[in-house]
Design a protein around this ligand. Structure first.
Ligand SMILES: Nc1ncnc2c1ncn2[C@@H]1O[C@H](COP(=O)(O)OP(=O)(O)OP(=O)(O)O)[C@@H](O)[C@H]1O
Length: 292
């Protein structure tokens, strides 16, 4: 398991970038790290990778403090990226494999496999600078995967990608997770995070404001009922706590009232009930509420 415990980081100006950030990612788990711009995702991932030091707190791997040797077995896609623009695709992946300690033959084999799996076969001999953003991102992912890492840490790996490239990358990450690797990635694409991740951490102004599976985060929000009534009598919902909106000739009530039968009776008295059910908030809605 990879854990951060109470990470704290301030920058020179006295700005608190991270305030006791803790989370845990189990083997095989995909952890989506979400937060507004400047919330602290990159800083946290840099600390996990040892690129930056925390003022206090600890990063632990398999129950012990994380050191250089263990980090060498991690795969990292930094926000600033980090490819040699003039180097050819296959050579580059192989080179990074060597940097992570693979033998020349193993690095060549791993590079060949990844080129094929990530759909880069046609581009193996091209310089990175001649590739589209999406293909550069694929190379960047290959570089993070080449040494068969124990943990994957990826800073916005999906940003700027077309839907096909998103699917290719998502599948590559899923595959790694299935093999037991903890995968952490940050993203602003909340639908994607909801679709891909086993668990999610929401960070706001340097603090983890919520974490858990999307279902757990939903449960923490409390159950909400959504009722749609066509042509209702005015004032029908005045005794029911909740938010009432008008959409065309319909009124939509979203309420946390526990007594669903009472709500249903009131709605049926008021008009034609077109919808009555428990609302399942999306991650986007959960996120907005958590950071509000
Ligand atoms: N080297 C630095 N010096 C000073 N302040 C910094 C430095 N790096 C980050 N910060 C500040 O720390 C806070 C957290 O930044 P961070 O880059 O971790 O956010 P983020 O969640 O990754 O944002 P984004 O989604 O925009 O990438 C921000 O207020 C940022 O301005």
């Amino acid at each position: 398991m990879l854990e951060t415990q109470e990470l704290r980081k301030t920058f020179g100006t006295g700005k608190v970038a991270l305030d006791r950030v803790s989370f845990a990612v189990r083997p095989g788990e995909m952890f989506g790290f979400v937060g507004a711009n400047g919330a602290g995702k990159t800083t946290t991932m840099r600390i996990v990778m040892g690129v930056m030091q925390a003022d206090s707190g600890e990063v632990r791997w398999k129950g012990a403090p994380l050191g250089f040797a263990e980090r060498r077995q991690f795969g990292y896609m930094p926000e600033e990226r980090g490819l040699y623009q003039k180097m050819r695709v296959a050579d580059q992946i192989e080179y990074f494999g060597r940097l992570h300690g693979l033998s020349p033959a193993a690095a060549r084999k791993a590079a060949g496999d990844l080129v094929e799996r990530l759909g880069l076969t046609e581009r193996t001999k091209d310089a990175v600078e001649s590739l589209s953003l999406g293909n550069q991102q694929r190379v960047q992912l290959a570089v993070a995967l080449v040494h068969d890492p124990d943990v994957l840490v990826l800073d916005e790996p999906f940003s700027g990608l077309d839907p096909l490239a998103v699917d290719a990358l998502a599948e590559a990450l899923r595959e790694r997770a299935r093999s037991g690797v903890p995968v952490i990635f940050s993203s602003h694409q909340l639908e994607l995070v909801e679709r891909l991740c086993d668990s999610v951490g929401i960070i706001s102004a340097g603090r983890m404001v919520a974490s858990g599976t999307v279902d757990e985060l939903r449960a923490a929000e409390g159950r909400k009922l959504r009722v749609v009534v066509a042509d209702p009598e005015p004032g029908w919902a005045q005794d029911l706590a909740g938010e009432l909106t008008v959409e065309g000739g319909r009124e939509v009530l979203v309420t946390q009232d526990d007594d669903d039968q009472r709500v249903l009776r009131a709605a049926m008295r008021a008009g034609r009930v077109e919808h009555f059910g428990v609302e399942r908030p999306t991650l986007t809605e959960i996120f907005k509420e958590a950071v509000a």
